[in-house]
Write a protein that binds this ligand. Sequence first.
Ligand code: CO
Length: 280
Amino acid sequence: MTKRSVRQVLQGRPTSDGGGVRLTRLISPEQGLDPFLLLDEFDSDAADDYLAGFPAHPHRGFETVTYMLDGHMLHEDHLGNRGELKPGGVQWMTAGRGIVHSEMPQQVAGRMRGFQLWINLPAVDKMKPAAYQDLEPELIPRVAVSGGEVGVVAGQFVAADGGIVAGPISGGATQPLYLDVALAAGAALEVATPPGHTVLAYVFEGEVTMDGRTLTKGTLALLNEGDTLALLGTERATRVLVIGGRPLGEPVVHYGPFVMNTADEIRQAVRDFQSGRLTA
Ligand code: CO
């Protein structure tokens, strides 16, 4: 077993997106964290920060994963899907050749908190028909571990007794791993991470020690190669997203909501969107 060491520690940067939702961008496409393109955190109890929501907009060429922690949003898309996003729920959307969707707040007060991750698709899957999965909170396994709990959104968690708990999403070209790890003060956990995967860990509550470094809330760690990630609790409880994916090793050309392999394909996406063929 090779423990993953910390390659780089990053803080997100404040920005806004959609109709003007304030969020923290933790990773962006220029960083080349293949297969990941973007990770945003939204967390506010000021309604003005989120009320504008994400009105109708297109995507092509990748997947979006929205994980809600607090609040209530409604997803609607051109395929006729409607999904209520509530605490603990996940929306896994494969844009493929094209989708037009909106994500709008269904509350005028209170806390809105969660994450959106963009995962790239390989060339062979970029023009497949769009797909959408609305995963209710009860579909996400919550595995009890010593001093904590692991929510398994995607991929597999290997428990201390060797038991494997699979999340509702698995496979595909990137074989995503998406875990929500909650640990009490002083608890420790080793998380199996597939060798060869790009793996990152984001501390979104409290603090935790990885590779001898104590990382506080709001810190993202990019990890080196290995097959496990060791999390060691401090005197404070913590919550950490552990996200992994198999790199695609393909050229990435990104323009707004479109992520393709070549500039020509991006121009085509823009033309298709303007002429209504993105979703035809
Ligand atoms: Co979107």
